[in-house]
Design a protein around this ligand. Structure first.
Ligand SMILES: C[S@@+](CC[C@H](N)C(=O)[O-])C[C@H]1O[C@@H](n2cnc3c(N)ncnc32)[C@H](O)[C@@H]1O
Length: 164
């Protein structure tokens, strides 16, 4: 196994060079979008054929996190991340503001589609929308950071990626 340590833009640039050298205009996606800043970087660097942005933008995620981790004293109090999210994670308005930022950022880009749902329900939807599985060239997985959910997301994404 090789581990590449570098900032994200550097890694996107390297992957994009590989796409260019093989004449691929990629279909890409981001799982976990927050305010869309990273998604915009991905869009600018990859100039994708199409891009899919998946995020629940929902405080239900907070309730689930609290419930699932109540018995795990080593897991951070989720409100520790309030400043990163721009407000309390128990308030739906925090997520609505993030969603509005994303829709504003991508408003004029017809090849970008935003799915407001949990990652587990997004995967079958993406298969339906794109007409088949194995359609994606690059997926950035950064939604839940809970072990089991990350594993679900990675296994689900494997079913969407070309060449897998
Ligand atoms: C770490 S942030 C994403 C940051 C973004 N990728 C970036 O680099 O700027 C995680 C995002 O995932 C979303 N999220 C968490 N669990 C999710 C789930 N199970 N399904 C969909 N979205 C989820 C949250 O709403 C939040 O916006």
């Amino acid at each position: 196994m090789k581990v590449l340590i570098g900032n994200r833009e550097l890694i996107y640039g390297i992957v994009n060079a590989a796409f260019k050298s093989t004449n691929i205009t990629p279909t890409i996606g981001e799982f976990g979008v927050l305010d869309g800043s990273n998604a915009l970087k991905l869009y600018d660097i990859f100039s994708p054929q199409s891009m899919y942005l998946i995020d629940s933008w929902s405080s239900d995620m907070t309730q689930e996190y609290v419930k699932n981790n109540a018995h795990r004293p080593w897991v951070d109090d989720i409100e520790k991340y309030a400043s990163y999210f721009g407000g309390s994670l128990f308030d739906q308005s925090t997520f609505d503001r993030l969603f509005d930022k994303v829709t504003t950022k991508f408003r004029d880009l017809a090849n970008v589609r935003i799915l407001r749902c949990n990652t587990n329900t997004a995967i079958p939807q993406l298969v339906d929308i794109t007409g088949s599985s194995l359609n994606f060239d690059y997926l950035y997985v950064d939604a839940s950071h809970q072990y089991e959910t990350v594993l679900d997301d990675l296994l689900g994404c494997e079913t969407l990626l070309t060449g897998c």
